[in-house]
Design a protein around this ligand. Sequence first.
Ligand code: CO
Length: 223
Amino acid sequence: MPSHLNHPDELLERNRAWAARMVEEDADFFARLSAQQAPQFLWIGCSDSRVPANQVTDLAPGEVFVHRNVANVVSHGDLNCLSVMQFAVEVLKVRHIIVCGHYGCGGVHAVLTGARVGLVDNWLRHVGDVAQQHATLLAACPEGERLAALCELNVIEQRLNVCQSTVVQDAWSRGQPLSVHAWIYGLGDGRLRALGPGVKGLDAVEPAHAEALLGVRQRHVPA
Ligand code: CO
């Protein structure tokens, strides 16, 4: 669906109207926000334009710290994502990290079909690793379920990567309250769903991971 907006001037105009509306509702809104940000949440999501963190969670500016990349990948070698996590956890002291994927993800689809897109194929290799790791489960899914299953598996594995990062491991060993969640968004109904419980500490990582994987099997593999 092409956007009806096609000129950047229209965005500047919409921004003027939005800022005026915000001030009308709350005169000190921007003054307060410019003094400090204190979000409770870090969102790690897909770059897909249809899954904007603030809008789908109905959060105002200042309430969620955001990192997005193609297919919501958390790679231990990605200095960008790791820096976002470190700043969010150690400086902002967020209470929750949410890794959020979405059904119908183009990046995950490209992996599943083996399509060549370009440079991004190298990035998507991380999702390819997830597919390879869960090849047996994916093969047991009916063809029509496979994309949804891999979208879920990818979120679950990326959440594990967050839990295994030095940033999160150090936070937990300091006793800092921090939960890590695996969520998925439905483009078709606008709903967010949790893929099992959040992980609140080191001991919960493995059980939560196993429970989430079991959920994928129960939803997508015929009994
Ligand atoms: Co996507």
